[in-house]
Design a protein around this ligand. Structure first.
Ligand SMILES: C[S@@+](CC[C@H](N)C(=O)[O-])C[C@H]1O[C@@H](n2cnc3c(N)ncnc32)[C@H](O)[C@@H]1O
Length: 201
């Protein structure tokens, strides 16, 4: 198979895997397909990566963000990807063999960091569905903040209308982080997405 053929076959495989996950766990998966490549690029363009040595991705799925994040981080960085689905975790490990992948809940982040003896985290990138966090949002955001260094950064990718400045998500994030900023709307996904970026403060 030529290079283009292999890329098409891989993206078809990715779509099938993710759609299967969505049909088994629609709320948890939060999307029918993995995030489109141009949205991943647009989102990561806004993420503060300079000086990020210890990085965590939460809700890594089949690795759409993970693969691109790994190429953009400095070689000396350490990336831990956390994904709750066993099926997606298997795919993630094959796709990103250089990344430390944990099949675990994002809520367990403090223990995952402790078990690995990681220093305070410089950057957390998250795409765990906002709706799923429900009543637990503050506990989740508090746990993320507790793992970050004081000059660390938090970036989360949400459905666009949820990520607007002054909206519910931005206000909740603002209870735990400083300088909350909405990114630009990323139209290449259905539904369109948007990053929400904040500093540990
Ligand atoms: C919208 S998808 C994003 C997947 C991938 N990052 C992407 O952009 O294509 C959300 C992902 O979060 C995962 N997820 C949901 N709840 C989680 C939790 N508590 N801990 C870790 N991952 C979770 C889902 O299994 C799913 O893979």
């Amino acid at each position: 198979m030529d290079h283009d053929g292999a890329t098409v076959a891989r993206s078809r495989q990715e779509r099938t895997l993710f759609a299967g996950e969505f049909f088994r766990h629609p709320i948890r998966a939060g999307a029918v397909t993995e995030t489109a490549a141009d949205c991943v690029g647009g989102f990561l363009d806004e993420v503060r990566m300079a000086g990020a040595r210890t990085v965590v991705e939460l809700g890594a799925g089949s690795g759409a963000i993970t693969a691109e994040l790994a190429t953009r981080l400095p070689d000396s960085s350490r990336l831990l990807a956390v994904e709750v689905s066993a099926a997606l975790t298997d795919r993630l490990r094959t796709r990103c063999p250089e990344v430390d992948v944990a099949c675990a809940s994002a809520f367990d982040l403090p223990e995952l960091v402790r078990e690995r003896g990681l220093p305070p985290v410089d950057l957390v990138v998250c795409s765990v569905p906002w709706t799923l966090l429900g009543e637990e949002r503050d506990r989740f955001l508090g746990a993320v903040r507790a793992t970050l260094s004081d000059d660390g950064a938090f970036s989360t990718l949400l459905v666009a209308h949820r990520a607007r400045e002054g909206g519910v998500a931005a206000n909740r994030v603002g209870c735990h982080f400083a300088d909350v900023r909405a990114g630009r709307v990323l139209w290449g996904n259905l539904p369109p997405l948007r990053g929400l970026h904040a500093d540990a403060g």
